[in-house]
Design a protein around this ligand. Structure first.
Ligand code: ADP
Length: 307
């Protein structure tokens, strides 16, 4: 069975649904992608690599991973840390604001749990997915060890997948981010950037500019997402522009790129070519942005994907 691991942080999401009521769920970029991959391709093994605590919400989070069919052998339990939390509120104009408590979360400690048997499990996968948010969450003191392990599992045959997903507030400086991103670009076999993520950091404003910038690295497969505009792929040097159908009634774009990534990678692991993979990924993203929240209810998602 083909296997992929998604490394990063899943958070507790609190959403105001009235003045006195909060709805609680779970979300985070890599987790979202893992969920959508598994929902699209249930026969692929899809696991989360992260750390949670021993608290009630951590227990529920692990249960949610299992309910979504995600493998949890690399979800570690930290004795005295808890998951990151964010609170989301939507004002009358539909503008969302986010408040985070994640600077001391269990997920930041994930590399502390790595040992030879964890590395062996990682090396047994076909792909390892990391995002720019994963890189920001890993503690700076663990970065060298993290990259050594990524290098070794790549040598063992694991494809490294990177989505830059840039969140400025998680980094000390742009210089720090660029240092980490350069290592990621150098190691990536597949890169799935959104243009916006690279605009602030590298002043790249178009898919072509992103492709030109990434040409200096040895990345076999680049997929550039650009909201409702077309998707560009460059696979072993072959550039292609894929048309997608824009959604006219967008409810909430949270997790569009995550759903795209999950469905795209699942499709590629299942043997589809990039044309079919982009169409499926764009469909998954379109379903997700017509529903509120990062994780669309499973039944609705599965039904919409079959229609
Ligand atoms: P991110 O969520 O990473 O910012 P994008 O906004 O580029 O990512 O969107 C990711 C994918 O979601 C796009 O490539 C596209 O397939 C889909 N998408 C986003 N916005 C729309 C839209 N308005 N209509 C149709 N598809 C969309």
């Amino acid at each position: 069975m083909k296997k992929i691991f998604f490394l990063g942080e899943c958070m507790v999401e609190l959403k105001a649904i009235s003045d006195s009521t909060l709805n609680q769920s779970f979300a985070g970029d890599v987790y979202n992608s893992a969920v959508y991959l598994k929902r699209c391709f249930s026969s692929l093994e899809c696991g989360v690599v992260s750390a949670i605590g021993t608290d009630a919400l951590s227990i529920k989070m692990r249960q949610r991973f299992v309910e979504e069919g995600l493998a949890t052998q690399l979800v570690f339990t930290h004795a005295n840390k808890v998951p990151g939390i964010y609170y989301i509120e939507t004002d009358e104009q539909g503008e969302r604001s986010f408040t985070y408590w994640r600077h001391d979360s269990a997920a930041r400690k994930v590399v502390d749990f790595f040992n030879p048997s964890v590395e062996e499990e990682l090396a047994s996968a076909d792909m390892l997915f990391i995002s720019g948010i994963s890189l920001a969450v890993i503690e700076p003191a663990s970065r060298d060890l993290f990259w050594q392990i990524v290098q070794r599992i790549k040598k063992a045959g694991v494809k490294i997948v990177f989505d830059p997903n840039y969140r400025a507030r998680l980094w000390q400086s742009e210089q720090e981010t660029k240092g980490q991103y350069t290592i990621a670009f150098e190691l990536a076999d597949i890169c799935l950037p959104g243009i916006e993520d690279l605009t602030t950091l590298y002043e790249l404003h178009s898919a072509q500019a992103v492709m030109d910038y990434l040409a200096q690295f040895n990345i076999a497969e680049v997929v550039v997402k650009n909201g409702p505009s077309s998707v560009f792929t460059k696979i072993n040097g072959q550039l292609f522009e894929h048309q997608i159908t824009p959604v006219t009634h967008v409810v909430d774009t949270t997790s569009a790129g995550d759903a795209f990534n999950g469905a795209y990678l699942g499709a590629r692991m299942a043997g589809m070519d990039e044309h079919k993979a982009v169409q499926l990924a764009a469909k998954a993203a379109a379903v997700v942005i017509q529903q509120p929240g990062a994780i669309t209810p499973k039944e609705h998602f599965v039904k919409a994907m079959q229609s």
